[in-house]
Design a binder for this molecule. Structure first.
Ligand code: NAD
Length: 516
């Protein structure tokens, strides 16, 4: 009997023993850097000439790994194998598939800091953020394994005396998982494990800047007893194999997490029925955010400033849930802004692979650095620079946590996803006005309200249109099985990762009537 689900606890690195263990893991992984990694197709290792160079964003000279790059031929081969493997994998008992995930999660838990160390090197995460990413990966495996056990007997329906009616869920077929770099472990593992435990076979195309941690996850799945061909590892560029996999007539679904532009492209392409295609593809597309914290005039203002700062700058603002807009009641605007600026100026930025003292590490790569710095320039025209505004990409891609004040609700800084450590403050006349501003983007992922007024919180519950809404706390840090995650509008299809109905996206119900 499996114990009830509980989320994986976070590691307290102020405890010396934990710190030492993490240092040892960083040393261990440090010794593994620079290796070459093959594709994994049907369990076979395929090394290619052409490779991605996965770099440490905190130290550009350090290569984390050289990762084989799949071509369309590889993608085709992997697709065939996934298609064949589906015929056996779909017949595995759901509880046996779940056992693969339970074992994988136990193995990761035993090597937790090692995985976090990969995230520190490959994604530039501070230890705390890396630890949370690994914990979330464990949670996805544990949670979805339990969820399939809940769904394995279908749902009760009615039968008349002369018949037995059954309503059961069956898997779909071959799915493509396309994952982002920002939760390089958790989202990648979760968007593989969910459809996989539901009986589908998967082609995994991880983000091009974080493919090594995905390879390490593949090794764990194999060791945990996953049959060859159930998940196939084919890193490749969006242009070379992304479109190919999405367009493929044998692709049954696409499980995408990433930017709005790529998500929309996938959604549109998948809608086209290709020659030989026998179904309408399903697309799960979880995309960007432009997330707001609203501060009421009756509120704990210290909590407000702390929530804005931690939600805006944790992992350098590179979370889809990150606070990039602070909408403050005019009566308390100056106070919250001043305090947030004070707190922000205390934050330190620097490499995280050799030091746990920095609050923020680097941004992801040169493209991310250039984009954030471009928005800093835009911000200088649109508002008042209050903190940060500087970047340094000489060794790694470091940007100081940046606050702009007095930004118009319609300005670019308030509308466009920057995906870096930049937050825009704007003033609201009253609470209704604040909610109006909060809702005035194309997105609808997360939001928070800081208020001591119950009526206004209840008003926000109804009218603040986001998939994940938080009261009196920050707007990041959703936990699997506790805060199912996904957004409205251009934030995506709201599949609610880590939620009780997530697996239904990868299943289809079948009704069988047996008449006596
Ligand atoms: P991205 O869209 O650039 O890349 C995501 C994935 O798509 C990568 O694996 C990439 O290689 C692939 N890709 C690129 N072009 C493709 C194509 N033509 N066909 C198929 N695949 C293609 O996003 P990113 O920079 O990796 O991640 C950051 C974005 O992800 C942000 O916008 C963030 O808000 C979003 N995000 C959303 C959620 C959520 O749950 N809503 C979670 C994390 C990140």
């Amino acid at each position: 009997m499996v114990v009830p689900y509980k989320h994986e606890p976070f590691t307290d690195f102020t405890i010396e023993e934990n710190r030492k263990e993490m240092e040892a893991a960083l040393k261990l992984v440090g010794g593994e850097l620079g290796k070459e990694y093959p594709l994994i197709i049907g369990g076979e290792r395929v090394m290619t000439e052409d490779k991605f160079v996965s770099e440490n964003p905190g130290n550009r000279k350090q290569v984390v790994g050289y990762v084989s790059k799949a071509t369309q031929d590889h993608a085709e081969k992997a697709h065939k194998i996934a298609d064949e493997t589906f015929e056996t994998w779909r017949k595995w008992k759901p509880e046996h598939r779940a056992n693969v995930l339970y074992r994988a999660s136990a193995m990761i838990r035993r090597r937790k800091h090692e995985f976090s160390a990969y995230l520190v090197y490959e994604a530039g995460k501070p230890w705390k953020e890396a630890d949370a990413d690994t914990a979330e990966a464990i949670d996805f495996l544990e949670y979805y394994a339990r969820q399939i056990n809940r769904l394995k007997n279908g749902m009760p329906i009615n039968s008349r005396e002369i018949e037995d009616n059954q309503f059961n869920y069956i898997p779909l077929g071959v799915g493509v998982t396309i994952s982002p770099w920002n939760f390089a472990f958790a989202i990648m593992a979760g968007t593989v494990a969910g459809p996989m435990v539901a009986g589908n076979t998967i082609l995994l195309k991880p983000a091009t800047t974080t493919p090594v941690v995905a390879y390490k996850f593949m090794e764990v799945l194999e060791e945990a007893g996953m049959p060859a061909g159930v998940v196939n590892y084919i890193p490749g560029s969006g242009a070379e194999i992304g479109d190919y996999l999405v367009d493929h007539p044998r692709t049954r679904f696409i499980n995408f997490t990433g930017s709005r532009d790529v998500g929309v492209r996938i959604y549109e392409r998948a809608a086209k029925v290709q020659k030989g295609q026998k179904w309408l593809k399903r697309v799960i597309a979880e995309m960007g955010g432009k997330d707001t914290i609203v501060v009421d005039k009756e509120a704990d203002l210290e909590l407000a400033a702390e929530s804005i700062v931690s939600s805006a700058f944790g992992f350098s603002g590179q979370k889809c849930s990150a606070c990039s807009r602070a909408v403050i009641h005019e009566d308390v605007y100056d106070q919250v802004l001043d305090r947030a600026v004070e707190l922000t100026k205390e934050l330190t930025v620097g490499a995280t692979f050799n030091d746990n003292s920095n609050f923020m590490g680097p941004v992801n790569d040169q493209a991310a650095f250039d984009k954030v710095m471009k928005y800093v320039e835009i911000g200088k025209e649109e508002g008042r620079l209050m903190a940060g505004g500087e970047g340094d990409d000489s060794e790694g891609y470091f940007v100081k946590p940046t606050i702009f004040a007095d930004i118009d609700p319609e300005a670019r800084l308030m509308q466009e996803e920057i995906f870096g450590p930049v937050v825009a403050f704007t003033k609201a006349k009253d609470f209704d006005h604040a909610l109006e501003i909060a809702n005035n983007t194309d997105y609808g992922l997360t939001g928070a309200v800081i208020s001591n007024n119950r009526a206004r919180l209840e008003q926000a519950r109804e009218d603040f249109h986001v998939g994940n809404l938080y009261f009196n706390r920050g707007c990041t840090g959703a936990i699997v099985g506790y805060q199912p995650f996904g957004g409205f509008n251009m934030s995506g299809t709201d599949s609610k990762a880590g939620g009780p109905d997530y697996l239904l996206h990868f299943l289809q119900p079948k009704t069988v009537t047996d008449q006596f």
